[in-house]
Design a protein around this ligand. Structure first.
Ligand code: DQA
Length: 148
Protein backbone atom coordinates (compact mmCIF):
# COMPACT_ATOMS: atom_id res chain seq x y z
CA UNK A 1 0.00 0.00 0.00
CA UNK A 2 1.05 3.59 -0.42
CA UNK A 3 0.45 6.32 2.11
CA UNK A 4 0.88 10.07 2.19
CA UNK A 5 1.71 11.82 5.46
CA UNK A 6 0.77 15.51 5.50
CA UNK A 7 1.89 17.76 8.32
CA UNK A 8 0.46 21.24 8.67
CA UNK A 9 1.26 24.51 10.30
CA UNK A 10 4.20 24.70 12.75
CA UNK A 11 4.94 20.97 12.53
CA UNK A 12 8.22 21.82 10.78
CA UNK A 13 9.42 23.07 14.19
CA UNK A 14 8.82 19.71 15.89
CA UNK A 15 11.79 18.90 18.11
CA UNK A 16 12.48 22.59 18.64
CA UNK A 17 9.12 23.94 19.85
CA UNK A 18 7.30 23.01 23.09
CA UNK A 19 9.53 19.98 23.64
CA UNK A 20 7.55 18.97 26.73
CA UNK A 21 4.48 18.54 24.53
CA UNK A 22 5.85 17.37 21.18
CA UNK A 23 9.15 15.75 22.18
CA UNK A 24 12.68 16.34 21.00
CA UNK A 25 12.69 14.45 17.71
CA UNK A 26 12.63 16.55 14.56
CA UNK A 27 9.97 16.06 11.89
CA UNK A 28 12.67 14.49 9.68
CA UNK A 29 13.43 11.97 12.43
CA UNK A 30 9.75 11.21 12.92
CA UNK A 31 9.33 10.76 9.16
CA UNK A 32 12.30 8.36 9.10
CA UNK A 33 10.64 6.36 11.91
CA UNK A 34 7.35 6.19 9.95
CA UNK A 35 9.22 5.20 6.76
CA UNK A 36 11.10 2.41 8.60
CA UNK A 37 7.81 1.11 9.98
CA UNK A 38 6.22 1.14 6.52
CA UNK A 39 9.17 -0.65 4.95
CA UNK A 40 8.76 -3.58 7.36
CA UNK A 41 5.26 -4.07 5.96
CA UNK A 42 6.51 -3.38 2.40
CA UNK A 43 4.34 -0.28 2.26
CA UNK A 44 5.43 2.96 0.62
CA UNK A 45 5.13 6.41 2.13
CA UNK A 46 5.60 10.00 0.97
CA UNK A 47 5.80 13.09 3.18
CA UNK A 48 4.64 16.67 2.81
CA UNK A 49 4.65 19.64 5.19
CA UNK A 50 3.31 23.14 4.73
CA UNK A 51 2.45 26.08 6.94
CA UNK A 52 -0.07 27.27 4.36
CA UNK A 53 -3.70 26.20 4.49
CA UNK A 54 -4.26 26.43 0.72
CA UNK A 55 -1.13 24.38 0.00
CA UNK A 56 -2.50 21.57 2.16
CA UNK A 57 -5.77 21.74 0.21
CA UNK A 58 -3.73 21.62 -3.03
CA UNK A 59 -1.84 18.55 -1.82
CA UNK A 60 -5.08 16.77 -0.94
CA UNK A 61 -6.50 17.65 -4.38
CA UNK A 62 -3.32 16.46 -6.10
CA UNK A 63 -3.38 13.12 -4.22
CA UNK A 64 -6.98 12.65 -5.39
CA UNK A 65 -6.54 13.80 -8.99
CA UNK A 66 -3.23 12.04 -9.68
CA UNK A 67 -4.14 8.93 -7.68
CA UNK A 68 -1.68 6.39 -6.31
CA UNK A 69 -2.34 6.73 -2.58
CA UNK A 70 -4.39 4.24 -0.58
CA UNK A 71 -4.63 6.45 2.47
CA UNK A 72 -3.55 9.75 3.97
CA UNK A 73 -2.40 10.63 7.49
CA UNK A 74 -3.04 14.27 8.24
CA UNK A 75 -1.71 16.21 11.20
CA UNK A 76 -3.19 19.58 10.31
CA UNK A 77 -1.79 21.23 13.47
CA UNK A 78 -3.85 24.24 14.54
CA UNK A 79 -5.74 24.18 11.21
CA UNK A 80 -7.57 21.20 12.73
CA UNK A 81 -9.51 23.50 14.98
CA UNK A 82 -10.83 26.00 12.45
CA UNK A 83 -10.09 25.23 8.79
CA UNK A 84 -13.32 24.60 6.92
CA UNK A 85 -11.25 24.77 3.73
CA UNK A 86 -9.22 21.69 4.74
CA UNK A 87 -12.37 19.99 5.98
CA UNK A 88 -14.03 20.51 2.58
CA UNK A 89 -10.90 19.30 0.75
CA UNK A 90 -10.96 16.06 2.79
CA UNK A 91 -14.68 15.64 2.08
CA UNK A 92 -14.03 16.21 -1.63
CA UNK A 93 -11.53 13.42 -2.06
CA UNK A 94 -12.09 9.73 -2.39
CA UNK A 95 -9.17 8.61 -0.22
CA UNK A 96 -9.48 7.70 3.49
CA UNK A 97 -7.85 10.33 5.69
CA UNK A 98 -6.83 9.72 9.31
CA UNK A 99 -6.58 12.73 11.62
CA UNK A 100 -3.38 12.53 13.64
CA UNK A 101 -2.12 14.51 16.63
CA UNK A 102 1.04 13.81 18.58
CA UNK A 103 -0.32 15.34 21.77
CA UNK A 104 -3.54 14.39 23.54
CA UNK A 105 -5.61 17.33 22.32
CA UNK A 106 -8.37 16.45 24.81
CA UNK A 107 -6.07 16.95 27.78
CA UNK A 108 -4.98 20.44 26.75
CA UNK A 109 -6.61 23.83 26.16
CA UNK A 110 -10.36 23.88 25.52
CA UNK A 111 -10.01 25.07 21.89
CA UNK A 112 -7.99 21.96 20.98
CA UNK A 113 -10.92 19.67 21.86
CA UNK A 114 -12.81 20.97 18.84
CA UNK A 115 -11.84 19.51 15.47
CA UNK A 116 -13.65 20.66 12.33
CA UNK A 117 -12.06 17.83 10.33
CA UNK A 118 -12.91 14.76 12.49
CA UNK A 119 -16.34 14.38 10.95
CA UNK A 120 -14.92 13.87 7.46
CA UNK A 121 -11.97 11.69 8.53
CA UNK A 122 -11.97 7.90 8.75
CA UNK A 123 -10.66 8.08 12.32
CA UNK A 124 -8.58 10.06 14.75
CA UNK A 125 -5.44 9.19 16.72
CA UNK A 126 -3.94 11.45 19.35
CA UNK A 127 -1.65 11.39 22.34
CA UNK A 128 1.04 8.89 21.33
CA UNK A 129 3.72 11.19 19.97
CA UNK A 130 5.24 9.79 16.77
CA UNK A 131 3.35 6.59 17.60
CA UNK A 132 0.11 8.37 16.65
CA UNK A 133 1.19 8.21 12.98
CA UNK A 134 1.98 4.50 13.30
CA UNK A 135 -1.39 3.83 14.97
CA UNK A 136 -3.01 5.74 12.09
CA UNK A 137 -1.29 3.46 9.56
CA UNK A 138 -2.44 0.38 11.48
CA UNK A 139 -6.01 1.72 11.40
CA UNK A 140 -5.81 2.52 7.70
CA UNK A 141 -4.52 -0.97 6.90
CA UNK A 142 -7.44 -2.50 8.82
CA UNK A 143 -9.92 -0.34 6.91
CA UNK A 144 -8.33 -0.96 3.54
CA UNK A 145 -8.05 -4.74 4.00
CA UNK A 146 -11.74 -4.91 4.92
CA UNK A 147 -12.74 -2.97 1.81
CA UNK A 148 -10.65 -5.17 -0.55
C1 DQA B 1 -1.11 19.03 17.13
C2 DQA B 1 -2.14 19.56 18.13
C3 DQA B 1 -2.67 20.91 17.67
O1 DQA B 1 -3.62 21.40 18.60
C4 DQA B 1 -1.54 21.90 17.58
O2 DQA B 1 -2.02 23.14 17.10
C5 DQA B 1 -0.38 21.42 16.80
C6 DQA B 1 0.00 20.02 16.88
C7 DQA B 1 -0.47 17.71 17.64
O3 DQA B 1 0.19 17.06 16.84
O4 DQA B 1 -0.60 17.38 18.82
O5 DQA B 1 0.30 22.19 16.14
O6 DQA B 1 -1.78 18.74 15.93
Amino acid sequence: MKFLVINGVNLNLTGKREKGVYGTNSLEEINAYIKAYCEVGEDQVDFYQSNLEGEICNKLHEAFLKGGYDGILLNAGAFTHYSYAIRDAIAAIDIPVVEVHMSNVHAREEFRRMSVISEVCKGTVCGFGAGSYIAGIVGLCETLQKSE
